[in-house]
Write a protein that binds this ligand. Structure first.
Ligand code: PDD
Length: 284
């Protein structure tokens, strides 16, 4: 499979796309990213991702090489060139190439890269029927998790720890409270109430999270944004995660203990359905 990717203003075959070995994304993880899903050839919540991208760039005093309109055009062109019906678009912006120095370079030229990943079963994911098993691990990431940087080594290690334990993913815990999943936000359900960690520098401000909490409120569910423990989660009626790549996905087991009935819950299934319905309609 040879994809067409986007690098610094050009659409190229993936084998011809190149970035400097001096790129600060490569040397310092000095870069930010976004992942936007595609359903029916259209972008889900593009505006939310573009807004968070700008916030991440601002927090790192990094220049944005594109306008939001240009970025939308690039996303759409990649969907078209690669014939994506369902899948993901990955976008990364780094501070660009400079001689190695811890201080930010003066007047850097940012690097921008986008590529697609076809995922024919994104909406009809089998995991939505079976649910995920998660383990808990200590959250050993840096303190600015609200900035979507490309420093993903610890989440990657967490995923491997989960696999080694026969699970699907890990929920990270700090000071006894769940922060989030390795690449998703974490939730529990008790009766008619959805509970998820409040926003702060401890977690990524998920774009899917914003939409799902709004939809939960509109569906007359109550929402509590507060920390919770693994104990509380194990005793909850349901648990789930959200992200651009999983939408709303049930969690059925935490550290070997079944959550609720040990099968995907009703509230989670309903939220997944509402989310997919509404977001397909609003896709651009
Ligand atoms: N991850 N928390 C973390 C640590 C994440 O990496 C992600 C997204 C989320 C959910 O954010 P959103 O709803 O905006 O996708 C929460 C993406 C999908 C990834 O790294 O592939």
């Amino acid at each position: 499979m040879s994809r067409t990717v986007y690098v610094n203003g050009e659409y190229l075959p993936e084998t011809e796309a190149k970035v400097s070995i001096f790129d600060r994304g490569f040397l310092f993880a000095d870069g930010v990213y976004e992942v936007t899903s595609v359903l029916g050839g259209k972008l889900i919540d593009f505006a939310g991702h573009a807004k968070r991208l700008q916030r991440s760039l601002d927090e790192l005093e990094m220049a944005n090489p594109t306008t939001e309109d240009e970025l939308l055009e690039i996303h759409r062109e990649l969907v078209r060139l690669n014939g994506i019906d369902e899948g993901l678009i990955y976008l990364q912006i780094t501070r660009g190439a400079a001689d190695r120095d811890f201080a930010y370079p003066k007047d850097p030229v940012p690097t921008i890269v986008l590529f697609t990943q076809a995922k024919p079963e994104l909406a009809a994911a089998p995991m939505a029927k079976t649910g995920l098993k998660v383990i808990s691990i200590e959250d050993q990431r840096w303190g600015r998790r609200d900035i979507k940087t490309v420093q993903l080594l610890y989440p990657s290690m967490g995923k491997m720890m989960a696999k080694a334990a026969g699970a699907d993913d890990a929920w990270m815990v700090e000071d006894g409270q769940v922060t989030e999943g390795t690449s998703n936000n974490a939730y529990i359900v008790k009766g008619n109430t959805i509970i998820t960690r409040n926003l702060g520098t401890e977690i990524l401000h998920g774009i899917t999270r914003v939409a799902v909490l709004r939809m939960a409120r509109e569906a007359q569910m109550s929402v509590e944004e507060r920390p919770f423990t693994i104990d509380e989660a194990q005793g909850a009626d349901e648990a789930f995660i959200t992200s651009a790549s999983s939408f709303v996905m049930p969690v059925v087991e935490i550290d070997g203990q079944a959550v609720g009935t040990g099968t995907p819950g009703r509230v989670t299934a309903r939220l997944r359905e509402i989310y997919l319905d509404e977001m397909r309609k609003a896709a651009v």
